[in-house]
Each structure stands twice: as C-alpha cells, then as structure tokens.
Write a protein that binds this ligand. Structure first.
Ligand code: AMP
Length: 147
C-alpha cells in the first residue's frame, strides 16, 4: 500500500525535475537534415526536439529518421542530405507532458519513451523530462522511505 509520503511524492509537480530548454540540444524546422545529423552525432543523443522560431515544439528528429530518408537501394546516399529540411524527416506528434503535470503522470508516460518534451499551454518548449532523472528520483525516494 502507498504511504501518505509516497502519495505526496507522486503528486509532486514535474517542474523541479526537468532539464530546462537552454540545456537541451535542439534544431529548428528550417534547418537542414545535414545540420541535424551533425548535432545528433556531436551530442551523442538518440533524438532531439525540433522547434519553430517561436520556440514551439514541432517534432522529434533522430539519426535513423535522417538516414532512412536518404536510403538508396544499395547504400546511404549522403549526397542527398542537403536536399532535406528537418521538418520533412522529423516525426510528430511528440511524446510530451504539460509543465503542471505530476511526477506520477511523467512516470506513466516514460514507460514507453526515454524522454518527454515539456510544454506549456501554448506548446512552447520548456525542457525535457528524462526516464533517467525520474528513475533516479524514484530510487532516492524508495531508499529514504526504507530507512
Ligand atoms: P539520458 O536519460 O541522459 O540517457 O537521455 C535519454 C535521451 O533524452 C537522449 O538520448 C536524448 O534523446 C534526450 N536527451 C537527454 N538530455 C538531452 C539534452 N541535454 N539535449 C537533448 N536531448 C537530450
């Protein structure tokens, strides 16, 4: 059975657990797929958010989405990379969560995604909530409650 302390914990807002937008690698819809591939390769992240000029969340782009778009019959046609813009290769809708949501809601959604994009009412991108951070908090809470 969940104790009152645990209930409080799961009802906490996600705000304090997010990685804020200025620390999150992202690309813009108008960027080339080549630029996105460069950012993904340099950062080592599997996928990153795609934003418009007003910082609104538009999609997610990953290395496999980009290579898939330039896949020829026998080889990857890297010379076609400059032909593609990010908005053509990105996937949407994006797994996301509202900034006012609870830790419990985040935990539920993160079962199927390594991270969630955090947005406000206007879909403005505020940061990400990662499975790693949520699991870390959960572990901390479990150990504290077992003492
Ligand atoms: P992690 O929990 O650090 O393993 O991150 C899981 C995934 O979240 C990464 O593969 C990225 O897709 C995304 N991610 C984590 N941190 C960042 C960041 N600072 N900028 C962009 N994407 C990130």
């Amino acid at each position: 059975m969940i104790s009152v302390t645990s209930r409080d914990f799961f009802e906490m807002h996600i705000e304090e657990f997010i990685i804020s937008s200025e620390k999150v690698a992202h690309v813009q819809v108008g960027n080339s797929a080549e630029h996105a591939l460069l950012v993904l390769t340099k950062t080592g992240y599997s996928s990153i958010p795609v934003l418009d000029s007003k910082y609104r969340l538009k999609g997610l782009v990953s290395t496999s989405m980009i290579t898939d778009s330039i896949l020829g019959l026998n080889h990857i046609e890297y010379e076609r990379l400059p032909d593609f813009k990010v908005d053509v290769v990105m996937h949407s809708p994006v797994p996301s969560i509202h900034i006012n949501e609870t830790f419990k809601k985040g935990l539920d959604l993160l079962i199927n995604h390594p991270f969630l994009c955090v947005v406000d009412d206007e879909e403005t991108f505020l940061g990400i909530l990662t499975r790693r951070v949520v699991l870390k908090q959960l572990k901390k809470h479990m150990y504290q409650n077992n003492e």
